[in-house]
Write a protein that binds this ligand. Structure first.
Ligand SMILES: O=C(CSC(=O)[C@H](Cc1ccccc1)CC(F)(F)F)c1ccccc1
Ligand SMILES: [Zn+2]
Length: 156
């Protein structure tokens, strides 16, 4: 099956607040699968539903060592639904980020070093956990997408 087209910065969907997911059904699981395929094909470490023109509060985050973050953990893709950021560390760290919606560009972005988050999985079960470092960075990047915020608004 073809990959979903990726919205580019400037498209309206990327500036909108995402809609809470209500129905944890096969359709949602299928969307998550398609998003994962897009992320893998683009060699990304995350992707948010608005980036594939879906207005839902859903993203995928993964992690693997890469030239910018050689000590990043290897993490299987995690589907994050209806995320909340409950607490943030006062410590901020600057780091390089890219975005599939801003192809070929890199930005230096400040993020919280650690965050406490809560989200649902594809079965609707609530998870709560603390994230740090590169994974916390990815979560904050994708969470921004669900608030209609892209790197261009955050770039130092
Ligand atoms: O794999 C990428 C490509 S950009 C990427 O994966 C975005 C996620 C991301 C990359 C780097 C930091 C935070 C989030 C994907 C997006 F735009 F859909 F969210 C990468 C870029 C810079 C540093 C490490 C990795
Ligand atoms: Zn992005």
């Amino acid at each position: 099956p073809p990959l979903l087209p990726i919205a580019l910065v400037g498209e309206a969907i990327l500036g909108q607040t995402a809609i809470a997911v209500q129905h944890f059904n096969a359709e949602l699981a299928h969307l998550a699968e398609q998003m994962s395929a897009c992320m893998e094909a683009a060699k990304g470490v995350g992707i948010a539903a608005p980036q594939v023109h879906s207005p839902l509060a859903l993203f995928i985050m993964a992690s693997r060592p890469n030239e910018r973050y050689p000590d990043a953990p290897n993490m299987a893709p995690v589907v994050v639904v209806n995320p909340q950021i409950i607490n943030v560390s006062s410590e901020l760290v600057s780091g390089e980020e890219g975005c599939l919606s801003v192809p070929g560009q890199r930005f230096t972005i400040q993020r919280h070093q650690a965050i406490e988050v809560r989200y649902q999985n594809l079965q609707g079960e609530w998870q709560q956990t603390e994230l740090t470092g590169f994974i916390a960075r990815i979560f904050q990047h994708e969470f921004d997408h669900l608030q209609g915020i892209t790197l261009l608004e955050r770039s130092l």
